[in-house]
Design a protein around this ligand. Structure first.
Ligand SMILES: [Fe+2]
Ligand SMILES: [Fe+2]
Length: 159
């Protein structure tokens, strides 16, 4: 849940950055709405971590700052690219959450319910970006994004 929490820190920072530099009002609204739901996710994860007696990642300020910067840059590349970035982010998050669900004990119904609801919302965020005209990203960008998220996953797991 600490890793999921860190992911939501990054997601809302990315989308806030993207909303800031978006040109089209519709794209900016989609970014802001997704960011607002990521903040809900953040709160659910944080609450669950508290219930389980855990702690959030010490690296969260770093994830926030880095993601906000990347989001602002992605937004500056134009709305279609930015929506493509959002769509690919959500695809990767969705697959991470599925992986987590596969490993979460069936008895931990509360954590499962949170992750399932997040997964449902992430799919909707990605679909919204697609309907607004998300561009397909080059393969190397997707690979770089996967590498970054792996770094974040490992970092948040240990720290
Ligand atoms: Fe989320
Ligand atoms: Fe999302």
């Amino acid at each position: 849940m600490r890793v999921n929490h860190a992911g939501e820190v990054a997601a809302q920072a990315l989308y806030r950055g993207q909303a800031l530099t978006a040109r089209n009002a519709e794209a900016a609204t989609a970014m802001s709405q997704a960011a607002a739901e990521e903040i809900d996710h953040l709160a659910w994860c944080e609450q669950r971590i508290t219930e389980l007696g855990g702690r959030v990642s010490l690296l969260n300020p770093l994830w926030y700052a880095g993601s906000f910067l990347i989001g602002s840059l992605a937004g500056a590349l134009g709305d279609r690219t930015s929506l493509g970035f959002l769509s690919e982010t959500e695809r990767q998050v969705e697959s991470h959450l599925q992986d987590h669900l596969d490993r979460l004990p069936a008895a931990d119904a509360r954590s499962r319910a949170i992750v399932e609801q997040m997964q449902h919302d992430e799919i909707a965020h990605g679909a919204k970006a697609e309907t607004l005209g998300a561009a397909a990203l080059p393969r190397w960008v997707k690979a770089a994004m996967r590498l970054t998220s792996r770094l974040m996953t490992r970092g948040s797991y240990w720290l």
